[in-house]
Design a protein around this ligand. Sequence first.
Ligand SMILES: *[C@@H]1O[C@H](CO)[C@@H](O)[C@H](O)[C@H]1NC(C)=O
Ligand SMILES: *[C@@H]1O[C@H](CO)[C@@H](O)[C@H](O)[C@H]1NC(C)=O
Ligand SMILES: *[C@@H]1O[C@H](CO)[C@@H](O)[C@H](O)[C@H]1NC(C)=O
Ligand SMILES: *[C@@H]1O[C@H](CO)[C@@H](O)[C@H](O)[C@H]1NC(C)=O
Ligand SMILES: *[C@@H]1O[C@H](CO)[C@@H](O)[C@H](O)[C@H]1NC(C)=O
Ligand SMILES: *[C@@H]1O[C@H](CO)[C@@H](O)[C@H](O)[C@H]1NC(C)=O
Length: 452
Amino acid sequence: MLYSRIALSLIISVSVTVALELDIEDKDSVCAAAAAIVQGEWNYYDAFNYGGVIGKFTTPYYWWQAGLCFGGMLHYFQVCDPTNSTLEKLIFDGMYIQAGDDYNYMPSNETFVEGNDDQGVWGLTTMEAVERNFTNSEDHSWLELTQAIYNTMNSRWDETNCGGGLRWQIFTWNSGYDYKNSIANGCLFHISARLARYTKNDTYVETADRIWNWMISVGFIVYEDVDGGEFIIYDGGNIPTCSEKVTKLRWSYNYGIFMAGCAYLYNHTQNDTWAERAQEILTAGSYFFNGEIMTETTCQHAGTCNNDQRSFRAIWARCLSLTSILIPHLYDDIRPYIEDNAAAAAASCSGGSDGVTCGLDWSVKKWDGKYGLGEQMSALEVIMAVLSKVETAPYTSTNGGSSKGNPEAGTNTNTETNRKLVTITGKDRAGAGILTALVLLIILGGGVWMIF
Ligand SMILES: *[C@@H]1O[C@H](CO)[C@@H](O)[C@H](O)[C@H]1NC(C)=O
Ligand SMILES: *[C@@H]1O[C@H](CO)[C@@H](O)[C@H](O)[C@H]1NC(C)=O
Ligand SMILES: *[C@@H]1O[C@H](CO)[C@@H](O)[C@H](O)[C@H]1NC(C)=O
Ligand SMILES: *[C@@H]1O[C@H](CO)[C@@H](O)[C@H](O)[C@H]1NC(C)=O
Ligand SMILES: *[C@@H]1O[C@H](CO)[C@@H](O)[C@H](O)[C@H]1NC(C)=O
Ligand SMILES: *[C@@H]1O[C@H](CO)[C@@H](O)[C@H](O)[C@H]1NC(C)=O
């Protein structure tokens, strides 16, 4: 392993000057820069370490960030390096194994950390695999896996508090179970929108519509009559009302998730309301630009961005690009930001011992001394976004996609167990002892699932 690490850093140092000389008009140059950033991501891959786990990245990186990271790698693979079977297998294995025993992205290893948002971010990546026609497994296609995520998340819609919405957490024992938030609901909204466009099944449009209306009703999305109209998106609020005391923090990924979701809905329904909503989120999204540079404003100015928050611009950048593709009349508004930020991000990827480690603050136009998986992912997404000009739009079932689905995925016996677990514990919170026993049983053996 030590040997391959050394080999890896040699590859990286060869790419140093290439990464710094990003020419956004030249696909080879963009792909070379992206290649160096992808290598930097693999440096954090757990499976390359002795006893490491396939599909996870090393501590302190969370399970959801692995889901996000594979999304960026998929993009790179499809557009820049589609014949690299080593890369294809690495991505495929990592993504597929984390689907877990129930094939719904609720692997038993993550029971103590997994929230609706975590499962949802994996759903963005499985859906991307669908739309990029990524190699399917014979048993569980990417579409089926995405539908399993959709069905399990949608089954948690909870009207007993706040008139609807998903909680942040899935399991009662995780802190945040009493909180409903924009990212958990945004992920379901976004996945619904993409499933609607891909499958042309309008049940998914109804789900998206319900989520949007609920977000407005609790004041997580607020319309402001300024700058031609804008939708501000806040973090979330506690049950039982959600609306009483909204946490008014703004994060770029919430804007990205909802904006691109609206873009998919517009592209599918051709209903202008969705294009207007996307545009109005984009307007409010100016909050995440410092001058023209993408900035996680809520934490970055204060220098307090944590491990999670350093990843958010990866989703923001990706969703800006998707929006510009799916709502062609917004392309010219969004494009200059992508180009400027790709150049700035590339300049920032000039640090560390490999010479191509990416930093956090792109406005300094050089490495700012920060590093991590979030920094790599954000830079990769914005640099890959440059290629939207030359790549095909996300496929649909009738136009390029080959993944065959199953609308009932995730509603099978095992998943039923997951759901029951949540319902039982939701009603009977005093039964904490039984719960602990349940958790132990789950951890001790998959066979135990069946008795519940
Ligand atoms: C294929 O991808 C792997 C993993 O990203 C990379 O290390 C390797 O250099 C690539 N191979 C070629 C021939 O580019
Ligand atoms: C779950 O954790 C065990 C122990 O670390 C590991 O061997 C296994 O590969 C993990 N499974 C998944 C799907 O992450
Ligand atoms: C467009 O979508 C909005 C929001 O879902 C809906 O209220 C409106 O009726 C739709 N318009 C048409 C023409 O379908
Ligand atoms: C949907 O996106 C495709 C790909 O960019 C574009 O060609 C098409 O015009 C879009 N549809 C609408 C209604 O804008
Ligand atoms: C999608 O993948 C299938 C199966 O590998 C292949 O037959 C088909 O040609 C691919 N479609 C496109 C547009 O590449
Ligand atoms: C459309 O999606 C819904 C929700 O998953 C599902 O119940 C229904 O069977 C689907 N319809 C078709 C025709 O696939």
